[in-house]
Design a protein around this ligand. Structure first.
Ligand code: 13P
Length: 340
């Protein structure tokens, strides 16, 4: 492992104005996205869709990295260029989702644990050969009544994330460490802040215990935000205040970048929240994005699987990347949504 190389890859991904496109939907997840536009999820349709995203003009100004799914890392563009090579040539670093999804945690009804550690060292070696320079593992924390998540679930997920991160760094791959506190449910912002704080505190203790080098990771957290079914809506400034307070308390300054997930927020809200945080001042880490739905939902709605819509869908995608690039500098405002 070369620590300088890890730092340099992490730094390049969150360089000025840049963030990450999460295009690593597993086949069951991309099927759900395609169902929403009534498109069959065949291997070729998935390939065509990823090609649309990866070949959009100008996106390299705002994307430092793209997270791929196993199948996509093995696919190529129409002219036969492997996607990892196509992205690298554009100066966008290819990454790979390596977890195998969240399953029910035995004996803890309502809690989940992410699988995928067995054989991970060997899989990472292969992914590196295929061109991946960073990886992602997502731990899923569900908020429910008083005792969910359990303290044990937070610990089990932190432990798995630390084991994954250490294996990545051993292989010379930058780990994106993603402890996602889900936005589903009726909980309020305060509950989200308590659970997110507790998770981050345990996570960094586990990462430290496993000798993970904080300078060579990226953290991918949720924002501190009310659940989707909460009756008290939170405004943009409240989300920005609570999220930055929580991160300042629990994320060591050695971490080079924090790249938020969008988690079910609308594309505009996700951009607005990131913008508000960056407009408030400077931080020890870069504050950036690693959005899946918030970058892609508007694209799917224009594309609808049709060749004739590709150019327009690529324009919509470029614009979302650009607006998030501006939000990296606190220079976005909602009126830009309607600008041509
Ligand atoms: P969303 O931005 O759609 O939450 O996806 C990000 C991601 O990669 C979740 O693991």
């Amino acid at each position: 492992m070369n620590v300088d190389e890890l730092k340099s890859v992490a730094g390049a991904i969150v360089a000025q104005q840049k963030g990450i496109l999460a295009a690593d939907e597993s086949n069951p997840t991309i099927k759900k996205r395609f169902d929403s536009i009534k498109l069959e999820s065949t291997e070729e349709n998935r390939r065509r869709y990823r090609e649309l995203l990866f070949t959009a003009e100008g996106i390299e100004r705002y994307l430092g990295g793209v997270i791929l799914f196993d199948e996509t890392l093995r696919q190529s563009s129409r002219d036969g260029t492997p996607f990892a090579e196509l992205l690298s040539r554009r100066g966008i670093i290819p990454g790979i989702k390596v977890d195998k999804g969240a399953k029910a945690l035995a004996m803890y009804s309502g809690d989940q644990i992410t699988e995928g550690l067995d054989g991970l060292r060997e899989r990472l070696a292969e992914y590196k050969q295929l061109g991946a320079k960073f990886a992602k593992w997502r731990g899923v924390i569900q908020i429910d009544q008083h005792d969910i998540p359990s303290a044990y679930a937070l610990h089990a997920n932190a432990h798995a994330l630390a084991r994954y991160a250490a294996l990545c760094q051993e292989a010379g791959i930058v780990p994106i460490v993603e402890p996602e506190v889900l936005m589903d449910g009726p909980h309020d912002m305060d509950r989200c802040e308590v659970v997110t704080s507790h998770m981050l505190e345990i996570l960094f203790a586990e990462l430290d215990a496993h000798r993970v080098i904080f300078e060579g990771i990226l953290l991918k957290p949720n924002m501190v935000i009310a659940g989707m079914k909460c009756t008290h809506e939170s405004n943009v400034q409240q989300v920005a205040d609570a999220t930055t307070r929580c991160l300042r308390r629990y994320v060591p300054s050695a971490v080079p970048g924090i790249v938020f997930l969008s988690g079910g927020q609308s594309a505009e809200d996700a951009t607005d929240h990131l913008n508000a945080m960056n407009a408030m001042g400077s931080y020890p880490w870069q504050l950036s994005f690693s959005y899946g739905r918030a970058l892609q939902a508007p694209v799917l709605n224009v594309w609808h699987g049709k060749e004739s819509n590709v150019a327009m869908a690529q324009k919509v995608f470029f614009k979302r990347c650009q607006l998030n690039g501006l939000a990296r500098e606190g220079k976005y405002n909602r009126t830009m949504e309607t600008d041509k």
